[in-house]
Design a protein around this ligand. Sequence first.
Ligand code: SF4
Length: 450
Amino acid sequence: MTADVLVPAAPPRFRAYGPRHIDDIAARHGLPAEIRETVRRVSLVLPFRVNEYVLDQLIDWDDVPGDPMFQLTFPQRGMLPRDDEDRLAKLSADPADRLLLREAVQEIRGRLNPHPSGQQQLNVPRRDGVELPGLQHKYRETVLYFPGQGQTCHAYCTYCFRWAQFIGDADLRFAVPEPSGLIDYLGAHPEVHDVLVTGGDPMVMSTERLRSHLEPLLGVDPVRTIRIGTKSVAYWPQRYVTDPDADDVLRLFERIVASGRQLAVMAHFSHPRELATDLARRALARIRATGAVIYCQAPVIAHVNDDARVWSELWRAELAAGAVPYYLFVERDTGPYDYFKVPLARAAEIFADAYRTLPGLARTVRGPVMSATPGKVVVDGVEHTPEGAFFQLRMLQARQPGLVGRPFRARYSATAAWLDELEPDPATPADLAAAVRGQAPAPHTEGNPR
Ligand code: SF4
């Protein structure tokens, strides 16, 4: 007699699917030919990547194409101007046009403002006039670090403001293979106490690789906080639960916390569905058990989460998972911006309506916030005066430390979606008005920290 032996199924291994898998995905999930062709064409210009977890557990295929997770991860009609899409369709139909197709793709990408808010011109620090690769230093106390092997994500968001990191163009990419340049830079800048390791998504790296980037930071005394910017809990929670080195990465987190530093996992959640799976909740619990603190942030974007009920549910789910609701951002002017943008007036309304529904402990969230050239500007509300309506604005963070926390106002507009579309009140102090108009100081230079 043979006994039935239950063999547990092996946990899934991560595998990315891109444009060349679109026929398989379409066949499996019943995607109409028109949508499949749109994905094919738009993904010539903008990056496209999903995985099994996103396909099977996040997208509601009965609600495609309107489903928010489908909109968040699959290129859509309307993300590129119609003329561009037609041109790509024509050129990609004939292999003889391959060179023209490549030129068209480059030309369209160039028009999509690949590095918004002066990231390349204003944020990259220099030593002896030479740019230091893989670093950005915008705010006095914080340096952004882009480890070279972390410049992909488990899936790509269609609105991504860092899309230029993923298109294989070295000139448009922030990345550095190892951290010695960062450590040297920090040695010369003791005012930096916060390092944000970002990408892409640093959590795509193996634990060994991640360790090689993070451990050297533990030897830099002034660095008190290490932040990791990641969407891995939303797109591949297996990273913390069933991946072969899931336990190792948690031990690495514990080691950072044991060094006396704060480890902040800056988790990117766009929609409550991302927190609804058992795997995501287990991942969050396991991360929290290491002593790391999870802060949650995402932009408000049309077609995905431009609804106060969605944000209210999202922030409550974050709080229930022991995470801290932190930022509601405004979408930046890059990539398929026109498709996703939400006017500031509407974003402020969504924020206020959702905020009002929250229990006190979830009111840690701030927004809507523009991460703009002079700094982070929050829209606090709209003020009605005998002279007309004004946005009440405030510098939450600033390139120039003297501007931090200062309020100002700008003429109300129902359609403006970014700071540069606003007209500051003439009574705005000159330094603040200059910063808002984009007259920003030069990048950080060795020996002349700003
Ligand atoms: S996870 Fe972040 S970096 Fe990656 S595609 Fe989404 S927005 Fe971009």
